[in-house]
Design a binder for this molecule. Structure first.
Ligand SMILES: *[C@@H]1O[C@H](CO)[C@@H](O)[C@H](O)[C@H]1NC(C)=O
Ligand SMILES: *[C@@H]1O[C@H](CO)[C@@H](O)[C@H](O)[C@H]1NC(C)=O
Ligand SMILES: *[C@@H]1O[C@H](CO)[C@@H](O)[C@H](O)[C@H]1NC(C)=O
Ligand SMILES: *[C@@H]1O[C@H](CO)[C@@H](O)[C@H](O)[C@H]1NC(C)=O
Ligand SMILES: *[C@@H]1O[C@H](CO)[C@@H](O)[C@H](O)[C@H]1NC(C)=O
Length: 364
């Protein structure tokens, strides 16, 4: 066996298959084989080292991966992706127009029944089509003081649109009886509550400009109207440039997908909110409502309505004013507390509970 090139390959005999008289060609050929072999080995080693080192980075998390770990990883990838592409701008030129049409336009809500009548307060209650029981419980209890929308306090239940024809019909019937529903043609979902707020504000400034104060709440809230009226009387000057309620400063976006208040980096690319006054109940003046509605045209949509209101308030240079007695939780029931001056709102009160609270009198 002719193996004249073996000296070049550190003891490994390559079968070059060439005779001794062609040894010079053989030497250069074997050298090429040798160099290519070394090159290939080096490349393969480097590539595998790279792959292994990266696998080790991911392996521990993959081993212990729970469902939420994997979801967080996917979310992080999505978040990085979208942040780079289209984060929500802080301001814009006429990008948020409220172009929805009324489906139920309740023109009697703010009607004045004589020359000397004034509207001190309008109450907007966020609800959904199916919550007829909630609405009835509220009508029977804390809305009694409105005297079916003829007193100086007025109210309305707010809805968006739903696909189901039968559910729509039920609400139309309900409105024929009570005349207290306002509805526009945006899709009624949790993600669209900011549209509902803008619907309320638009209604207040276009159809109720003579109303002095505006209160926004939900259909699972106990509201102490006499207490609220005292707060308004006390805070009437402050509320010309502030929103009052269960206000929080220094709130941060929830980045966990499971959170009810989840906000993606794309929808809000900052670490903190300008605060917010809980949507379970906030009060302000018609003046502030007017200013918010105007500035909202240049403030990009954000789905958490109370945060959106706070963003507008900051842009206006106004304030979020924390007022004692506004609770975004449900304090334990005591009729003297619930009907006294120290509690204005209580949250997560289902219809039967609302009625039983209403029927319990304070005996101290
Ligand atoms: C990144 O963004 C593009 C365009 O919005 C989208 O098609 C793609 O699915 C995104 N990738 C990930 C991993 O989210
Ligand atoms: C005006 O109407 C309201 C509500 O019906 C009533 O309470 C009030 O007494 C009326 N005022 C006058 C001067 O008639
Ligand atoms: C509770 O109050 C409602 C009206 O708010 C009334 O119709 C009902 O009879 C009361 N029920 C009881 C048990 O007192
Ligand atoms: C409901 O309001 C009417 C007048 O609008 C009043 O006469 C009645 O006492 C009120 N009922 C309760 C339980 O407050
Ligand atoms: C919000 O409402 C708009 C307008 O009706 C609709 O196009 C959109 O799908 C709704 N968004 C959600 C998340 O329901």
């Amino acid at each position: 066996m002719d193996c004249s090139c073996s000296t070049f390959v550190i003891g490994i005999c390559f079968r070059c298959g060439i005779s001794a008289d062609k040894s010079r060609t053989a030497i250069s050929l074997c050298a090429k084989v040798f160099i290519w072999t070394v090159f290939c080995v080096v490349v393969v080693t480097l590539v595998s080292a790279y792959i292994i080192s990266h696998l080790q980075m991911y392996l521990p998390s993959l081993h212990s991966a729970t469902r939420s770990n994997v979801r967080d990883m996917i979310l992080e990838i999505q978040v990085r992706n979208t942040t780079v592409l289209t984060p929500r701008p802080d301001a814009c030129e006429a990008c948020f127009s409220h172009n929805f049409k009324y489906v139920i336009d309740n023109n009697v809500m703010c009607k004045l029944y004589n020359d000397s009548q004034e509207i001190d307060l309008i109450i907007f209650i966020f609800t959904t089509h199916q919550h007829q029981q909630e609405r009835n419980a509220i009508r029977q209890t804390w809305l009694n003081c409105t005297n079916k929308n003829k007193a100086n306090i007025r109210y309305s239940f707010l809805l968006g649109e739903v696909p189901d024809e039968n559910i729509r019909k039920l609400v139309e019937e309900e409105n024929k009886i009570h005349n207290d529903i306002i509805k526009e043609d945006f899709v009624d979902t949790y993600q669209n509550l900011t549209y509902k707020t803008m619907m309320a504000f638009k209604y207040a400034i276009t159809k109720c400009p003579h109303a002095k104060f505006v209160f926004k709440t939900d259909d699972d809230v106990w509201v102490n109207i006499p207490g609220l009226l005292k707060v308004i009387q006390r805070e009437k000057m402050t509320l010309q440039t502030a929103v009052g309620g269960a206000c929080f400063h220094g709130a941060n976006p929830h980045r966990n997908l499971d959170s009810k208040w989840y906000a993606s980096f794309q929808s809000y690319p900052h670490d903190s909110y300008p605060g917010f006054c809980s949507g379970t109940g906030y009060v302000t003046s018609n003046n502030v409502v007017n200013k918010i509605f105007e500035i909202s045209k240049n403030v990009p949509f954000f789905h958490l309505e109370d945060v959106y209101v706070a963003i507008c308030i900051r842009k206006l240079g106004y304030r979020l004013h924390k007022i004692a007695g506004f609770n975004n939780i449900r304090p334990s029931f005591d009729p003297c507390l619930y009907k006294g001056d120290n509690l204005i709102t209580s949250h997560e009160v289902p219809p039967e509970m609302l009625i039983s609270y209403w029927n319990t009198t304070c005996t101290r």
